[in-house]
Design a protein around this ligand. Structure first.
Ligand SMILES: Cc1cc2nc3c(=O)[nH]c(=O)nc-3n(C[C@H](O)[C@H](O)[C@H](O)COP(=O)(O)OP(=O)(O)OC[C@H]3O[C@@H](n4cnc5c(N)ncnc54)[C@H](O)[C@@H]3O)c2cc1C
Length: 382
């Protein structure tokens, strides 16, 4: 498996890392405490050409490999998981359904601005009564002359409510097969469409810089040109975007863990108790050694899944394993890191507390870890 970066990807990584260390580090923590999505940072990433990492140049992106994307995401998340979460949701589930299944006309009109960095993309699958069980979703699309009427509600949708958001790609029930099985379609709903409204930004334990809201559709007219792919093929499209999303959340977990280790190591080297740096105590060293080892194990699972995708080989099982392992490593690492900080780490004023709060969602979002285990078990033949 080739997990090396091309020269162009190395340059992009340096560009992204530099921006993260300078701009993101300066703004993101305050935005997190203010529970504000720092759109200016996403615009900044767009100005650097980094909002279309997986989109080919033909459609305004940079056409990175999945491995290159993972490296960039790890670097961003090491500095701030919320901003990295917004960036990765935009880059994968927000953009990929349009890239992979949209017509050229749709790509030109809706994907290009996302990839060129002037708009943010969002993906609406989850509903109040349909989370892990996506097939039970109730949002319905009714056929009318020239298009469809969309009615329903989506829950916890990221990136749909910022001033940079273009709208959202939504999955809705379009009817049933002859044998009664439900059919689903993907619909592009633009901001400002009559009948499309949003709830307030939701308040999470972490990822406070990410804009996440409930969305409401009351007889929203969606013209035929805004149906992505076949009106019955939407579920398969969303699920395949989610496979890449799993690698992406795994890389986000990796960056979160790596950022926590970096903070804990620096603190352990300067904090003194009993007349010595706490990094000289074997109990602390063992924690740091375990954190670093777990991070490295997760890193190779993630890069392996990414390299499989780049090689055009199946990667469903490996993506699920990477997401499962890396998210566990993230929650383990942030907890150990807070332990190393002691009371100072418990206080929300500290950077490590922000990482601690940002980690839990990684075991829930884009398929809970229980669902990842089900995917892995199914791939094993259960
Ligand atoms: C911050 C945030 C951002 C999000 N962004 C988006 C977004 O942009 N777009 C979007 O569509 N969604 C988004 N989501 C939704 C997210 O993907 C769902 O929360 C997640 O898939 C879980 O669904 P649920 O919350 O309904 O939990 P449920 O499905 O109700 O699960 C509850 C519990 O039951 C377990 N469980 C369920 N079924 C099984 C089973 N068969 N076997 C064993 N255990 C099971 C789950 O693992 C979990 O522990 C976001 C959520 C959050 C919190």
């Amino acid at each position: 498996m080739d997990v090396t970066l091309t020269e162009v990807e190395r340059d992009l990584l340096e560009l992204g890392r530099g921006y993260a260390e300078r701009e993101v580090a300066a703004i993101a923590p305050q935005a997190w405490h203010a529970e504000r999505c720092p759109v200016e940072l996403l615009r900044g990433l767009g100005e650097l050409g980094l909002l279309g990492p997986l989109v080919p140049e033909k459609w305004g992106g940079i056409g990175s490999t999945t491995v290159g994307f993972v490296a960039l995401l790890e670097a961003l998340a090491t500095v701030d998981p919320s901003v990295a979460a917004a960036w990765q949701a935009h880059s994968t589930i927000g953009s990929l359904p349009l890239l992979l299944f949209g017509s050229d006309e749709q790509r030109e009109r809706w994907l290009r601005p996302l990839a060129e960095g002037t708009q943010l993309g969002a993906f609406g699958l989850t509903e109040p009564s349909a989370g892990s069980d996506v097939r039970s979703l109730r949002t319905r699309a009714e056929r009318v002359s020239g298009g469809w009427l969309l009615t329903g509600q989506k829950a916890f949708i990221s990136n749909a409510g910022t001033e940079m958001s273009f709208g959202v790609t939504v999955l809705a029930r379009t009817g049933a097969d002859a044998d009664g099985k439900p059919r689903f379609g993907s619909f592009i709903v633009e901001r400002g469409a009559p009948g499309y409204t949003q709830g307030p930004k939701l308040r999470g334990i972490g990822w406070k810089g990410l804009d996440t809201r409930d969305l409401y559709f009351d007889n929203v007219f969606v013209p035929d040109r805004q149906v992505v792919g076949e009106p019955g093929g939407g579920l398969g499209q969303f699920l395949s975007a989610l496979e890449v999303g799993r690698i992406s959340v795994a890389a986000l977990s990796l960056g979160t863990a790596a950022g926590a280790l970096r903070l804990a190591l620096a603190y352990a080297k300067q904090r003194e108790q009993f007349g010595a740096r706490i990094s000289s105590f074997q109990a602390i060293q063992f924690k740091l050694a375990d954190m670093a080892t777990e991070i490295e194990a997760a890193r190779w699972l993630i890069y392996y899944a990414a390299a499989l995708r780049d090689a055009g080989r199946p990667f469903k099982k490996e993506a699920a394993m990477a997401k499962l392992k890396a998210s566990q490593v993230a929650t383990f690492t942030v907890s150990e890191a807070v332990q190393i900080f002691g009371g100072a780490g418990y206080m929300l004023e500290s950077d490590i507390a922000r990482f601690y709060c940002d980690a839990k969602i990684l075991e829930i979002g884009e398929g809970t870890n229980e669902i990842q285990r089900l995917v892995i078990a199914r791939e094993l033949g259960c």
